[in-house]
Design a binder for this molecule. Structure first.
Ligand code: UDP
Length: 325
């Protein structure tokens, strides 16, 4: 019998790529739960949509009462570091409190499997920039903290026997579906690659580099950019792991090497063949200088291997998508 998966935020950028893969596997009934605040109806390529807000506990109760949900994949969250610094309550409210409410509801309905979109931001600004899952957790912005609170809650619920969970700590997710069906569709994108592409398209007049005085070779921040299809694939493997092993676990999800902001800008110019304007500005609050994953654990325990570890290819897929918007 097919298992039923509730995917919160399944109409969003990452959620929609995972929903597509779930649909292709043909093993699952998919229910997308999304308020369409940043997601899009047309991005849901499989399953049914229930339009609703995470704060709507009555609607969530109704869903869990009326069907047997085997697992929840929880993507719905706010994701912007800069905004979280300016408006922390928004982040703690949605990312932490609403996640807790969801956990309360699902545990009372005996749903025992949970996949959580965590983030490399839980590590804060680690000393040498490269982190294993054992690296101390010390977020430097409310976004990372709001996700870390949920990880702690999950740990305790799991220890009490309530659920098994996998927390995937995403590094910098980028690119678009290699079949060209999905991609990022934000009104006001804040992420570096998307902003570069908006500049190349002429929608933004300049790309600002936030800080050139970091202790890195070219003075700009270094990040580990992972293609969204590789990231999505890890969720499917993680789901199988939960059903088979019935064990909780936490994994970094990145490629293990990185690029500086200046390197990303150069590759974006090369891919788009547009010499968009770039200006160097002050640091953005909440940014660690270097954040790179040690991904040996997910490779060893889940057998996950990337297919698209090539930043030029990643940006190409995003550019192909962006041109269609
Ligand atoms: N960044 C930048 N200009 C932009 C957007 C981002 O210089 O318009 C920098 C940002 O300060 C960080 C890196 O690019 O050092 C990646 O930021 P992004 O917002 O893409 O992801 P984050 O690492 O915050 O999750």
């Amino acid at each position: 019998m097919k298992k039923t998966i509730l995917v919160t935020g399944g109409a969003g950028y990452i959620g929609s790529h995972v929903v597509k893969l779930l649909g292709q596997s043909n093993h699952y009934n998919i229910i997308v739960y999304d308020n369409l605040s940043t997601g899009n109806r047309e991005s849901i390529l499989s399953g049914e949509l229930i339009e609703g807000d995470l704060a709507d506990t009555h609607l969530l109760q109704k869903i869990f009462t009326s069907r047997k949900i085997d697992a929840v994949m929880h993507f719905a969250a706010f994701i912007e570091v800069g905004e979280s610094v300016k408006n922390p309550i928004k982040y703690y409210n949605n990312n932490t409190c609403n996640a807790l409410n969801l956990l309360k509801i699902l545990t009372t309905h005996n749903t025992r499997n949970f996949i959580f979109s965590s983030t490399a931001a839980v590590y804060g600004a680690p000393e040498n920039g490269i982190v294993t899952e054992q690296t101390p957790l010390s977020p430097i912005n409310p976004y990372g903290q709001s996700k870390l609170f949920v990880e702690k809650i999950l740990q305790d619920i799991s220890a009490a026997g309530g659920i098994n969970y996998i927390a995937l700590r995403y590094f910098n997710v980028a690119g678009a579906d290699i079949d060209g069906q999905l991609g990022q569709k934000y009104k006001n994108p804040t992420h570096l690659i998307t902003r570069c592409l908006k500049c190349a398209k002429g929608e933004f007049d300049k790309l600002e580099i936030f800080g050139t005085d970091y202790n890195t070779p070219d003075g700009t921040c270094i990040r580990d950019y992972i293609h969204v299809n590789d990231l999505a694939k890890a969720h499917i493997i993680a789901l199988d792991y939960l059903f088979e092993k019935k064990m909780s676990n936490i994994f970094n999800l990145g490629y293990g090497h990185g690029f500086s902001v200046k390197e990303v800008v150069d590759i974006a110019k090369k891919v788009t063949q547009k010499d968009f304007k770039v200006v160097e500005t002050a640091r953005r609050e909440g940014d660690p200088p270097i954040l790179l994953s040690d991904n040996s654990k997910i490779k060893k325990d889940l057998g996950w291997l990337p297919d698209y570890d090539d930043l030029e290819f990643i940006i190409k897929t995003a550019w192909e998508w962006e041109k269609k918007l």
